[in-house]
Unconditional design. Structure first.
Length: 206
């Protein structure tokens, strides 16, 4: 567990990991902001499902529409949703990384096929990679890790992703900057004050 992810897998660079984790954290925050237990009778389960689905669809969108699509792709769009960083299958979950449910560690058919492609030349190709949000369900991101599990469900790598200073506005990566608008200068008009007849009419009132 002492090795960094990119030391085990060159696809998993620090910038790429932070970018994807930031994307998920930002989308979680947006969904949590809309959580309403009073009017909509929202529940923790409903919030969890929405967070997962919105994050999943955002990753799919970013893989197709943004510049990070050069290294981000979708391997399994439904079911055991899996995306690829470079050629490496990765999933995400909100759990304690030490107690990730066994069902989560079952890879999709596409992910297993991808891992098998490199098994002869790469001893670490069988690692199952997860971005794990170890956080309260109403919190976007308390502690986030990239965790590598062996086929025996042991943690071989666990790196805490530094998000506190780098929650990137991923949705604005390709947005064009607003153009300046020429605003005409308002004409200056002097307000005329009528002369008042008073006992101090000869004094300066300015």
């Amino acid at each position: 567990m002492s090795k960094m992810p990119w030391e085990l897998n060159p696809d998993l660079t620090e910038d790429r990991i932070i970018t994807i984790a930031s994307l998920i954290a930002k989308k979680r925050g947006e969904v949590i902001d809309r959580h309403d237990e009073i009017i909509l009778r929202d529940t923790p389960r409903a919030l969890g499902m929405r967070c997962y689905e919105c994050c999943r669809s955002e990753i799919i969108h970013m893989a197709k529409e943004s510049e990070i699509g050069s290294w981000l792709s979708i391997l399994t769009p439904e079911g055991r949703f899996t995306f690829c960083i470079g050629n490496t299958p990765v999933r995400f979950s909100r759990n304690d990384p030490r107690y990730l449910p066994d069902r989560k560690l079952v890879t999709s058919f596409e992910a297993q096929k991808q891992m098998d492609l490199f098994s002869d030349n790469d001893p670490f190709s069988k690692i199952i990679w997860f971005i794990v949000f170890d956080t309260f369900f109403k919190s976007a991101a308390d502690a986030v890790y990239l965790v590598g599990y062996t086929e025996a469900k042991e943690i071989i790598c666990q790196w805490q992703i530094p998000l506190e200073d780098k929650i990137t506005l991923i949705s604005e990566v390709n947005s064009s900057l607003s153009q300046p608008v020429d605003v005409p200068i308002a004409p200056i008009k002097l307000k005329r004050h009528p002369l008042q007849k008073s006992s101090i009419s000869n004094e300066d009132e300015s």
